[in-house]
Design a protein around this ligand. Structure first.
Ligand SMILES: Nc1ncnc2c1ncn2[C@@H]1O[C@H](COP(=O)(O)OP(=O)(O)OP(=O)(O)O)[C@@H](O)[C@H]1O
Ligand SMILES: [Mg+2]
Length: 284
């Protein structure tokens, strides 16, 4: 259980996140939506401790995450993998090494310094790539991959951290519709099959509706909605995005994951399966 109690973050006079209270159970798939500047990234970054809270407490299974320091903080950041819009890979390094970098904070400093990865670690990284359907790219430089492939490498890197929670900050915002769909399906399958809690910021309403069992709507640093996709009516969406923003949230959705998905499909699209050899494959 991840619990946020009265969490706030201020930047100078600006309150980016104000008095947020949330409980997220193990294994939930949560989408966080809201207009630009609503505080979505700040919220995720506080959970991962990339930034500190100004007030309040974040706890995970009783551990006060918001106060951790040193090794305990690094352990938390290992348990709480982060995926970014811009993938954050090392472009000059090959794909397999990029994935194995996810193991670094599980090892001692010396082993990390010499960047020598054990056979087990190499195997683990390869298996993660296989799961994401991109094992064939293992020896390519990460920078030569398409955006969709790079994001899958980033997810594989997160997986080898053996995380308890995956935080994704607009993981599909830079991807075309097809790749956006593949990446969201990957996240959901990991959530369902491994029971890893996934919290993802999303720009568009329909993506949140299609993939997340729980949606949190933010506006001006506050949580203004917390419920299931069916509770997210146009009325509620207007409150989250404002009348003007709503137009954008919907028009953007035309270019996102709505394409290729059956109308109203929210559960794993029936035709996507995980095959140990092929990774995520679509069967007809
Ligand atoms: N490091 C910072 N210094 C100053 N202000 C910041 C900083 N980070 C965020 N803010 C401000 O906090 C508010 C929330 O920003 P945040 O990035 O969390 O929003 P967001 O919902 O992720 O927006 P977007 O959809 O554009 O990514 C914004 O007003 C932003 O300008
Ligand atoms: Mg953001």
């Amino acid at each position: 259980m991840l619990k946020l109690s009265g969490v706030s973050r201020r930047f100078g006079q600006k309150t980016a996140v104000g008095n947020v209270n949330l409980s997220i159970a193990e294994g939930e798939m949560v989408g966080v939506i809201g207009s630009s500047g609503a505080g979505k990234s700040t919220l995720l970054r506080m959970i991962n401790r990339l930034i500190d809270v100004s007030d309040g407490e974040i706890a995970f299974d009783g551990l006060a995450v918001s106060g951790l320091k040193g090794q305990a903080l690094r352990n938390w950041q290992r348990d709480c993998a982060m995926i970014f819009q811009q993938f954050n890979l090392v472009p000059r390094l090959d794909v397999l090494t990029n994935v194995m970098l996810g193991r670094l904070n599980r090892r001692n400093t010396f082993a990390s310094l010499i960047k020598h990865f054990s056979e087990d670690e190499q195997l683990m990284a390869l298996e993660a790539l296989e799961r994401l359907g991109i094992a064939q790219t293992a020896i390519q430089r990460a920078g030569t991959l398409s955006g969709g492939q790079q994001q899958r490498v980033a997810i594989a890197r997160a997986l080898v951290q053996s995380p308890k929670v995956i935080l994704a900050d607009e993981p599909i915002a830079s991807l075309d519709p097809k790749n956006a769909q593949v990446v969201m399906e990957s996240l959901r399958t990991i959530n369902e099959d491994d029971g890893i809690t996934v919290i993802t910021n999303l720009h568009t309403l329909d993506t949140a509706r299609n993939y997340c069992e729980r949606i949190i709507g933010m506006s001006q640093g506050k949580v203004v909605f917390d419920g299931g996709p069916d509770d997210l009516t146009t009325e509620v969406a207007r409150e989250i995005y404002g009348a003007d923003g709503l137009k954008d949230a919907f028009s953007e959705s035309m270019t996102s994951t709505s394409i290729d998905l059956e109308d109203g499909a929210r559960k794993k699209p029936k035709n996507t399966v995980y095959d140990p050899q092929e990774g995520f494959v679509t069967v007809n």
